[in-house]
Every structure is written in structure tokens, then in C-alpha cells.
Design a protein around this ligand. Structure first.
Ligand SMILES: [Zn+2]
Length: 449
């Protein structure tokens, strides 16, 4: 099973400088490759990453654009992997773009990367580095201190070095043997999870996990720091004699004040992301560890993000990330994740008698069933209905293997379609995971008031 361990690096000033240069190289090569790709495509040719890379290799030590002021090829000072990988990344980006077009989803073609705007990172092939205890031995710069030891045994598949605010991380992808990667569940419950805005996750047991909503907490500070930063930019523009938009290709003089301000702002953004990630890791680990089946709704996150009033809240909780982590952690605990159909009326059905309350509006937090008279908490009721989807299906399909993550597609669908909703068992896909830490800790959960 492929797992990634993201370790913080503790570089010295020289190494820090190298990282920045390597990430800059990766970005510049990406831009060169993308420009070349678009030029060929516009000329009616079919561009290809391999031939582009060959072309680049032919010019990279001789073309004046890739030489420094002394006429020396500066690419030699950065390890080859940093400028070879962008070609593979570009090919993947175009493939993804083609897939999006094929599926009729919104298409996102690869874009040019801009210094300070794009994610700074570069790649290391597995035979180019090694980890020895609390040191990483990287090409060109040698030993770099790391904050923790590599968590997993197994074959190292590759790594990338990336920056988050002013910290650098090494994300190592390891092919972990199954007997290590697979974890034991602590319980074999079946749980329905209603993802929502008032409580991030409401479980069918009645527990409500309140999201920390770090953005909400830090928004005021974020606004202050952003405003300070934009004022510093205005000053820099004034000194350079620019009014309105900054013309393309201009490089404003970076004052120490502006650099420090930018770092402070970036640190705050990173901190917000960390708080959010911590909560999601603990929640999803707990859900997968304690349950043989987790049922969640198929939320239309993109649709919800289009609602300006909801967007900030949704993004602050991180619904998409919850789903993503549930799916890969389920694989480790052999838990089945069941995604209920988007149109399954989980909040409108009475979990006692099954009558549908069509008149239920979005604002009603509690309601009383007109048929059986039971008073429902909106979210708990929805979570119970979601859980029913799985228990109903389990009862109908008693032969269903309890601990198997691979439910044959179609079986559950038939079993519950009478109940009004369709259930799609989730496929577990091997893939790149950028982070998966905090495995054994508890979750912030509070009981409903
Ligand atoms: Zn009822």
C-alpha cells in the first residue's frame, strides 16, 4: 500500500537557499515546457512530454536563456531530478485535463506558475536520497536534519521537497507492506455521518463533532495582516512610479519590511491550515477505526461552494478533505465507506417510522414527525437515516463479507433502492497522498446539548 510520510526539514541557510533555487528551477522548467507545448499545439502538432524533455536536454546547457551572467549553465548547480520531473507532471496535468473534458466536468488546463504564487516544490527520485535516523541525505547538499524518523518500513518510491510558509517539508512516498499498513479496528460498528455546517459531523450515535473553524477564528487577524501587506505593496509601487496594475514582468524592489510582512501573513495561513488538518485527521481516523462501515452523503461540494454565503464555512471545515481521508484510511482499517446518493432524502425521512416530511425547510434544526410524534434533531435524524442505508443493506445481504472493503458494485444498490436512495460503494484507489499523520490520537467530540 502506498503511503506518504511528510517530515519537516530543518535546513541551514545554505540548504534553504538550495531548496528555493531547486523549486525555482522546477517552476521555470514547467513554464518552459508548457509554453513549448502550447506553441506546438497551436501549430497543429501533437506535443509529447518525452520529446519536449529531449529538446530541453539538448539546449539546457547551451541556450543563452539558461546560462548565468558568466555564461555558465546554472542548471548544473541544481540536481537533475528537479528539472526532469516537471515534464512528467505536465504530461499528467494534460491527461487529467483530457479526462475532465471526456467526463463533461469543468476543464482545468495546466497554467503557468508564478513565483510567490505557486506551490514551491521539487522532486527527488528514490535512488537519489536516503534517510538515516534524524538526517536526510539529499543530492547536492548532503545531510539535512529532519524533525522525525521515517514512520514506515518498505520500499521508498520517491519524495518531494515542498515549502509551506517558511518551513520546508520532505514528503516520502513508501510502498508499505500490507501487514504493516493494515491496522486493526477497535470496534465493528456501523455509523452514519451527516456532514453539516452547524456541527462538522453528526454521528448516528448522537455525537456531534464541532469543527474548530480556524478561518473564522483567525479571519480578523488575517484581514489585518493582508491589509498591512497590501499597503506595503502600494508603497513599493509608488516608489517604482507605477499606478494601477503592475505591468507584466516588473520586479518591484523587495524591502525587508515587505518580506517580513509576507512571511507573517503566510505563517498565519499555514497555521489555519494546520488546525483544520489536525481536526480532519483525528475525525476520519476515529471513524474508520471504530466502524466496519461508514456511511456519508455524496455532498455536492462544488455546488455548495458556489453559494457565496456558504462557501467560506464549507471551505473552513474542509468537506472534500474529510471525504478524501475517509477513503484512504478506510483502506487501512478494511472499513467500507458507503456514499449515499446525492438525492437520498436523509434529513426529510423520519428515522422512527420512515414517513417523509417533504415540507422540512433548511432552517429547521428540530422537527416533530406528524405521523409518530417523535421529535427529531435534524442532523442526528439524518445521520441515523444514513446508517439505516448500510444496516438495511447488511440485513438484506447477510452474505455480505463483514470485513471486506471491496463490496461488489451493484449489490447494495439493489438492496436499498426501494428505500428511495442509491448507494455507491467506494472504490479504494492507490494514489498520491500528500499527508497522513496523527494516527492514534483522539478526536474533539462533544455530546449534543
Ligand atoms: Zn415518524
Amino acid at each position: 500500500m502506498l503511503l506518504a510520510h511528510r517530515i519537516q526539514l530543518v535546513p541551514n541557510a545554505v540548504q534553504r537557499d538550495y531548496f528555493a533555487r531547486a523549486a525555482g528551477t522546477a517552476r521555470r522548467v514547467w513554464n518552459w515546457a508548457l509554453a513549448e507545448w502550447l506553441r506546438q499545439a497551436n501549430a497543429g502538432k501533437r506535443p509529447n512530454a518525452m520529446t519536449l524533455k529531449k529538446r530541453f536536454n539538448a539546449i539546457k546547457y547551451s541556450d543563452p536563456a539558461w546560462l548565468d551572467e558568466n555564461g555558465q549553465p546554472w542548471l548544473r548547480t541544481v540536481h537533475r531530478d528537479a528539472h526532469a520531473q516537471p515534464f512528467a507532471n505536465l504530461a499528467r496535468a494534460w491527461a487529467r485535463c483530457a479526462e475532465q473534458r471526456h467526463q463533461g466536468r469543468p476543464v482545468h488546463p495546466p497554467r503557468f506558475k508564478k513565483k510567490g504564487r505557486s506551490h514551491d516544490s521539487f522532486y527527488l527520485a528514490n535512488d537519489r536520497f536516503r534517510l538515516e535516523g534524524m538526517t536526510a541525505i539529499l543530492p547536492k547538499i548532503g545531510q539535512v536534519a529532519v524533525r522525525e524518523k521515517l514512520r514506515w518500513p518498505g520500499k521508498i518510491m520517491g519524495a518531494s521537497v515542498s515549502r509551506e510558509a517558511d518551513r520546508w517539508f520532505l514528503s516520502v512516498q513508501v510502498d508499505v507492506p500490507d501487514h504493516v499498513a493494515k491496522l486493526r479496528r477497535s470496534r465493528d460498528d456501523v455509523v452514519g455521518v451527516d456532514l453539516g455546517v452547524s456541527a462538522a459531523a453528526t454521528l448516528s450515535t448522537g455525537e456531534k463533532a464541532a469543527a474548530p473553524r480556524p478561518l473564522k477564528a483567525w479571519l480578523r487577524r488575517l484581514r489585518i495582516r493582508s491589509r498591512r501587506q497590501s499597503r506595503k505593496l502600494e508603497v513599493a509601487k509608488k516608489e517604482a512610479g507605477i499606478e494601477g496594475r503592475i505591468p507584466k514582468g516588473t520586479r518591484l524592489a523587495a524591502s525587508k519590511n515587505r518580506t517580513c510582512g509576507a512571511r507573517r501573513l503566510a505563517r498565519l495561513h499555514a497555521r489555519i491550515a494546520c488546525v483544520r488538518k489536525d481536526f480532519i485527521h483525528k475525525l476520519t481516523t476515529r471513524l474508520c477505526r471504530d466502524n466496519q462501515t461508514v456511511v456519508v452523503e455524496d455532498l455536492n461540494v462544488r455546488g455548495m461552494m458556489a453559494n457565496a454565503r456558504l462557501a467560506r464555512v464549507i471551505a473552513d471545515i474542509g468537506f472534500y478533505e474529510i471525504r478524501r481521508q475517509l477513503q484512504y484510511k478506510a483502506q487501512r482499517y478494511s472499513t467500507t465507506v458507503v456514499i449515499a446518493d446525492r438525492w437520498y432524502p436523509s434529513s426529510k425521512l423520519c428515522s422512527e417510522c420512515g414517513v417523509r416530511n417533504a415540507g422540512l425547510s433548511l432552517g429547521e434544526r428540530t422537527w416533530t414527525c406528524s405521523t409518530c410524534g417523535v421529535r427529531h434533531d435534524r442532523d442526528v435524524n439524518a445521520a441515523i437515516n444514513l446508517q439505516r442505508l448500510a444496516t438495511g443493506a447488511l440485513a438484506a445481504q447477510s452474505a455480505l463479507p463483514v470485513a471486506s472493503p471491496a463490496v461488489t458494485p451493484g449489490t447494495i444498490v439493489d438492496a436499498v433502492s426501494a428505500g428511495g436512495g442509491k448507494v455507491t460503494p467506494v472504490r479504494h484507489e492507490h494514489g498520491r497522498q500528500d499527508s497522513s499523520g496523527q494516527e492514534e490520537s483522539g478526536v474533539h467530540l462533544c455530546t449534543p446539548s
